[in-house]
Design a protein around this ligand. Structure first.
Ligand SMILES: Cc1cc2nc3c(=O)[nH]c(=O)nc-3n(C[C@H](O)[C@H](O)[C@H](O)COP(=O)(O)O)c2cc1C
Length: 154
């Protein structure tokens, strides 16, 4: 089975909900073993066991969190040839795709062997603590489905 890990940071639970909906979408397709993990629980040594790594961050000050930045830096030290990635963020107001674009840039610079499996996903929240804007969660499930389908096709 294709193995995927979905890693996120989430201060108020919104990015966690996005990560869960992505996993729900992947499970709808089936044939994928999807694990969900908060960043602080991730065992870096186990990352090479996965075929794809999905990384999610809330937008903090116009970019991804310090924790996620540090994690991407550490990925650069692992043997990840042939592995895939995708990124997602949550944002307020006008910062659509701002954090995810920075994540993509950092991954392309620091972990160039990781190949992108799908375009980034940027999900809007209504206020600092959420909730997620109506109509956004189905996009997360679609994102999960698309990734699962592509991974299964190899
Ligand atoms: C310290 C801090 C800085 C933030 N800066 C931004 C920002 O620059 N742009 C933005 O769109 N949202 C910003 N936000 C709002 C977050 O994007 C929002 O709290 C987050 O998406 C909620 O996700 P979470 O529940 O997973 O923490 C900020 C939030 C915090 C706590």
């Amino acid at each position: 089975m294709v193995k995927v890990i979905v890693i996120y940071e989430s201060k108020y639970g919104n990015t966690k909900r996005v990560a869960e909906a992505i996993v729900e979408g992947m499970n709808e397709i089936g044939g994928i073993e999807a694990s969900l993990s908060e960043l602080k629980e991730v065992d870096l040594d186990k990352i090479p066991n996965y075929d794809a790594i999905l990384i999610g961050s809330p937008n903090h000050m116009g970019g991804h969190t310090r924790g996620i930045k540090g994690f991407i830096d550490k990925l650069g030290k692992l043997q990840l040839k042939g592995k895939m990635f995708a990124v997602f963020d949550t944002y307020l107001g006008k910062d659509f795709e701002k954090a995810v674009k920075k994540m993509e840039k950092q991954i392309n610079e620091k972990v160039p062997r990781l190949k992108q499996i799908a375009p980034c996903l940027s999900i809007k929240v209504q206020g600092m603590k959420g909730p997620i804007v109506e109509g956004e969660l189905p996009k997360c499930r679609e994102f999960g489905k698309k990734i699962a389908t592509r991974l299964k096709l190899g």
